[in-house]
Ligand binder design. Structure first.
Ligand code: AHR
Length: 506
């Protein structure tokens, strides 16, 4: 048995949790849209063809914002193809994923789906093969009240009121050689500045995200951000960061340390953005939008150029195990710990494509193991993130050196008084006893302690088995005299919740 200590004190604040930290991502890729969220022939489909069983799971998962329509897809996308009568919409080649795109789902359907799912849309514009004009027209179509060609067209298509989309991504991963319309940092920075400037003229209330590097292992990581932001710092609100963690070719211990890689990447992006801000003598501080993150068994994917042309074929439908759920939990903890600068984050993607939700065409929809940490964090991590100062032993990793066995954070909701501790035991073989000094919350009571773990960390979930891996009550949790104790099994994701003693019980 190993031991760890934490301090839980409402005075030690990192920042307020932006609810948009619990975002997700729907791309026209593989079966994320078609036979994922949308399948008109499915027995649960609604009038627009959206699957009701998937909508139910999305509501349970609780993403607060959903990025759309890509990803790499957006860099060749013509948004006008996806509006108007569906029978008139063109079929196009999607060059990103070598697919035939039917355009049966476009921006109007996606916004309607978001409203039904109880989430906010977040749009990306095409800065790969298109530019300022098309981005501005899309924004006008979506957000302008009426009286212009584009806004009246939206109204004619049934959306009388503006879609009022607040967050806009200025392209996607334009540093990547795989991207249609890849740019140099300077080219992209100029285009982002010009596009953002014009878009703000249409709707000054929007928030704009500039593309940072597509991965922290890119050879131009940090210098890309420095050059891009030198051009568009004044125009944008956030800079993006993408982080996929590949378990293949790593030991389990190294995989469980993935959050450390994300942590360092966020620090590096913040440092680079602040350096540009300092050079510009700007008082403005940019947010970080981690708008693609997840575990992805990426080295299994042979690459898009190896694909034959097909329509909505299965692509990167990874199956996740308990260890992956712990890593997703740890990445969520990392995002929360950076709540002072990370304002948006989108787990990629939502359905079928490296996703917490899977479907069968014509069949069931089901939760994967990684569904649970996301759903619990989205529901319970509210208010202010607390600096919990874990004291714990470390283990050695090839990639990140010495890594703490415990990854933990806590949130305090000032309105309700609720305190939530989120923790991952990274040990592959030892339980961890956590003792937290929570005397500042001595008037609270323990309302729930759950653990997601399994004897076999390779356990997965299927449509037929939705229960063998799920958060289960952790009977070891105790809260007495302001001292919290809980034992965390190896490779586990844990949530402990305290509430003021007088709070109404559910
Ligand atoms: O999410 C899958 C792909 O990963 C996205 O299309 C792209 O932005 C990233 O490289």
């Amino acid at each position: 048995m190993t031991y760890a200590t934490l301090t839980l004190d409402p005075s030690f604040r990192i920042g307020v949790v932006d609810r948009r930290l619990f975002g997700s991502f729907v791309e026209h890729m593989g079966r994320c849209v078609y036979t994922g969220i949308h399948e008109p022939d499915h027995p649960t489909a609604d009038d627009l063809g959206f699957r009701g069983d998937v909508l139910d799971l999305v509501r349970e998962l609780g993403p607060t914002v959903v990025r759309y329509p890509g990803g790499n897809f957006v860099s060749g996308y013509r948004w006008e193809d996806g509006i108007g009568p569906r029978e008139d919409r063109p079929r196009r080649l999607d060059l990103a994923w070598r697919s035939w795109e039917s355009n049966q789902v476009g921006v109007d359907e996606f916004v309607a789906w978001c409203r039904a799912a109880g989430t906010e849309p977040m749009m990306a514009v095409n800065l790969g093969t298109r530019g300022v004009r098309e981005a501005v027209e899309l924004l006008e179509y979506c957000n302008h009240p009426g009286g212009t060609t584009w806004s009246d067209l939206r109204r004619a298509h049934g959306a009388e009121r503006p879609h009022d989309i607040r967050v806009w991504c200025l392209g996607n991963e334009l540093d990547g050689p795989w991207q249609i319309g890849q740019k140099t940092a300077w080219e992209y920075g100029r285009l982002a500045a010009e596009t953002g400037h014009a878009m703000r003229r249409v709707d000054p209330r929007i928030e704009l995200v500039a593309c940072g590097s597509s991965h922290s292992s890119m050879p131009t990581f940090a210098s890309w951000e420095a050059t891009v932001l030198a051009e568009c710092y004044d125009v944008v609100d956030h800079v993006s960061l993408h982080s996929y963690q590949d378990p293949l070719g790593r030991t389990l211990g190294d995989h469980l340390a993935s959050g450390v890689g994300l942590d360092r990447a966020i620090d590096a992006v913040v440092a680079t953005a602040d350096h540009v801000g300092a050079r510009l003598r700007s008082r403005k501080r940019l947010g970080v939008s981690v708008d693609e993150w997840n575990v992805w068994y990426q080295s299994r994917f042979p690459g898009e150029s190896s694909l034959e042309w097909a329509e909505a074929r299965p692509l990167i439908e990874d199956t996740y195990d308990v260890a992956d759920a712990a890593v997703v939990g740890s990445m969520l903890i990392t995002l929360l710990r950076h709540a002072d600068r990370v304002r948006l984050a989108c787990q990629a993607q939502l359905v079928n494509v490296i996703a917490p939700i899977r479907t069968e065409a014509g069949g069931p929809a089901w939760r994967q193991t990684i569904f649970h940490p996301f759903a619990q964090a989205a529901r319970h991590a509210r208010g202010e993130v607390l600096r919990v100062e874990p004291q714990v032993g470390c283990y050695d990793t090839a990639e990140h050196g010495e890594v703490p066995l415990l990854d933990a954070t806590a949130t305090h909701d000032i309105e309700t008084g609720a305190l939530t501790v989120l923790a991952v035991n990274r040990s592959t073989d030892e339980p961890l006893t956590v003792r937290a000094d929570a005397r500042a919350f001595a008037g609270h009571r323990l309302v729930a302690a759950t653990t997601l773990a399994a004897d076999d960390v390779r356990s997965t979930l299927t449509a037929a088995d939705q229960h063998s891996v799920a958060p289960a009550p952790n009977a070891t949790a105790r809260f007495e005299d302001g001292r919290l104790t809980v034992v965390l099994p190896p490779v586990s994701w844990n949530v402990v919740r305290l509430e003021p003693a007088g709070a109404p019980q559910p």
